[in-house]
Design a protein around this ligand. Sequence first.
Ligand code: ZN
Length: 125
Amino acid sequence: MEGERDPVKKIAQLVRAGAVLTAYTCPACGTVLVKLKTGELYCANCERAVVVVRSEEEAQQALEVVQLREVRRIIFDKILQLGREIERLSASEMLEHLRSMNLLLEVYERLSRIHAETVRQKAPH
Ligand SMILES: [Zn+2]
């Protein structure tokens, strides 16, 4: 199937596929948002998921979550990188390496917990 360019037609398509029209509009372009079956709000014009926030504080929180997710990704890459390097290290170097990995894993675990909590909060009541 070809991708629909016209946002109105695209919205109609999404609704036929089980999405629901909402009272929210896209903060970027003003198009009415649809709620996908996954629970995500989606702008058919921008062709992306939109996070609807109710206050300045929530906006800040949403931003922080996105940024933390990015940090988590960087840490994950670092852990993989260190893991790959272990192979060619001497025993004494390895100890230092494992300490670093341990710290990174702790941070990673904490960030994952924050992420999981946020997902739970967002779930419909
Ligand atoms: Zn939009």
